[in-house]
Design a protein around this ligand. Structure first.
Ligand code: KG4
Ligand code: ZN
Length: 370
C-alpha cells in the first residue's frame, strides 16, 4: 500500500493501464478538484493483426503481445504527458474481467511501478472504466441509465455513484459485439466484425431479409442475440451463392434487427426505472463500450432519446472502444473516494459490476471478454 497521503482536494494525476483483452494501452489523466477530467496522453496499441487470422482473440497470443508492448506504451504515454513517475498520485490498472494472462501483465507492471515509486495502487474493474467514461468526456454525473455494449458484455445498469451499480438487464446468450463479430465471420468479412458489418450495411436494403426480434415485449429488460444470428445464417444459406449486394443487404437487415431489439429492451428498462428509480424531469442515458462506436445505433438512440425525454450521452468512438484513459479516469474517481488497494489484490477473470445481481436464467456465459 501507499506511503503517499491522499490528495483528493487538489488535482490528481493518474497513470492508467489497460491489458484485459486485445489492446495494450496506457494513459495519463488529471482529475481536477471540480470533478472534471483532462487527458494528457492516451496511447493504444491494438493487437488486431496478431488475432485477425483466427477471427477472434487468442488468449496466449494476447498475453505475449502485452508483455512485449506494455513497457514501450507506458513510456510513450509518460513522454507525451511530459510526466515522470514522481509526478503521479496513483496508478490504476484493469484487474478484471478479462483474459487472465493480459490482466496479469498489466497489473503486475502497475504494482511494480507503485511499489518502487511508493504510489497508491487502484484495482479497476474494466467495465467500471466503460461505465464512468461519460464523466471524463462529458462531465456526466450519476445517476444515469447505462447501456453497456461491448464484445463480451451487454447490460443495462443504473449508475448511482462510483461503485454503486445496479444491473437492470443483461444478455442471456451472446453479447451485442459478439453477435456482430460472429456474423461478420460467417459472411467472410474482416475482424473485428462490428465496424465491417456497419460498413457493408451502409449500401444495403435493411428490409430485404426478415429477421426475428428476440424477447420482444418481454417485461424483463434482458437481451438475446443468438437466435438472430442463427436466423441470419439460415437466410444467408438460402441465398447462396452470395453476391456483394446480398452481403450488403444481409448486413443491413441484421444491423437493423439488432438495433430494433436493443431499442425494445431499453424501452422496457425505462418502464422498470419508473418503478424502481423514480426521477422527475429528464433522465440521463449513457451508452458505452465498443459497440457504442456504431453510428447507426447512435442515430437511432438519438431519435429514441428525444421521444423518451432522455439526455443521451455517447462518448467519442475512440473512448468507447478499449483504452486506458477510461481506466485512469475510473481509478481517479475511486481514488477520490479514498480507495487504495493492497498490492496483493488479485486479478479476476469474472467480475460483475453489480456483484449482488442474481445469475440470469439462460445465461451460461462467464464473459472472458469485456
Ligand atoms: O469494448 P470493446 O472495445 O472491447 C471489448 O469487448 O473488450 O468492444 C469491442 C466490440 C467488438 O465486438 C467490435 O466488433 C464492436 O465492439 N464494435 C462495433 C463497432 N466498433 C466496434 N460494433 C458495431 N459497430 C461498430 N462500429
Ligand atoms: Zn471493453
Amino acid at each position: 500500500m501507499s506511503n503517499k497521503p491522499l490528495k483528493v482536494l487538489g488535482p490528481i494525476k493518474i497513470l492508467g493501464i489497460e491489458t484485459s483483452c486485445d489492446e495494450t494501452a496506457a494513459s495519463i489523466i488529471v482529475r481536477h478538484p471540480d470533478g472534471s477530467g483532462e487527458i494528457l496522453s492516451n496511447i493504444v496499441r491494438t493487437q488486431l493483426e496478431e488475432h485477425a487470422a483466427f477471427g477472434g482473440v487468442v488468449p496466449e497470443i494476447a498475453a505475449r503481445a502485452h508483455c512485449e508492448a506494455l513497457d514501450k506504451i507506458i513510456k510513450a504515454a509518460m513522454l507525451e504527458a511530459n510526466c515522470e513517475f514522481k509526478d503521479l498520485d496513483a496508478i490504476g490498472a484493469s484487474s478484471g474481467p478479462g483474459l487472465i494472462g493480459g490482466l496479469l501483465v498489466g497489473t503486475m507492471t502497475a504494482k511494480a511501478i507503485a511499489s518502487v515509486h511508493k504510489l497508491p495502487y487502484i484495482a479497476v474493474n474494466h467495465l467500471a472504466g466503460h461505465a464512468l467514461t461519460a464523466g471524463l468526456t462529458d462531465q456526466t454525473k450519476p445517476p444515469y441509465l447505462l447501456l453497456l455494449v461491448s464484445g463480451g458484455h451487454t447490460q443495462l445498469l443504473w449508475i448511482e455513484g462510483v461503485g454503486n451499480y445496479t444491473r437492470i438487464g443483461s444478455t442471456i446468450d451472446d453479447a451485442l459485439g459478439e453477435a456482430f463479430d460472429k456474423t461478420a465471420k460467417l459472411l467472410g468479412l474482416g475482424y473485428p466484425g462490428g465496424p465491417e458489418v456497419e460498413k457493408w450495411a451502409k449500401d444495403g436494403d435493411e428490409t430485404r431479409f426478415k429477421l426475428p426480434s428476440p424477447l420482444k415485449g418481454r417485461k424483463e429488460p434482458n437481451f438475446s442475440f443468438s437466435g438472430l444470428k442463427t436466423a441470419l445464417r439460415q437466410q444467408a444459406e438460402k441465398a447462396q451463392p452470395l453476391s456483394d449486394q446480398d452481403i450488403h443487404d444481409l448486413c443491413a437487415s441484421f444491423q437493423k434487427a439488432l438495433i430494433t431489439s436493443v431499442m425494445d429492451r431499453v424501452n422496457m428498462a425505462l418502464l422498470q426505472l419508473d418503478d424502481r428509480f423514480p426521477i422527475n424531469g429528464k433522465r440521463q442515458f449513457v451508452v458505452a463500450g465498443g459497440v457504442a462506436a456504431n453510428q447507426k445505433l447512435k442515430s437511432e438512440l438519438e431519435k429514441f432519446s428525444e421521444t423518451h425525454n432522455l439526455t443521451l450521452i455517447v462518448p467519442p468512438p475512440a473512448l468507447c472502444t478499449d483504452n486506458a484513459a477510461m481506466i485512469a479516469w475510473a481509478a481517479a474517481e475511486q481514488f477520490a473516494t479514498g480507495q487504495n488497494d493492497p498490492l496483493s489484490t488479485p486479478v479476476r477473470s469474472r467480475w460483475p459490476l453489480d456483484e449482488s445481481a442474481k445469475p440470469i436464467l439462460g445465461s451460461g456465459k462467464a464473459g472472458s471478454k469485456a
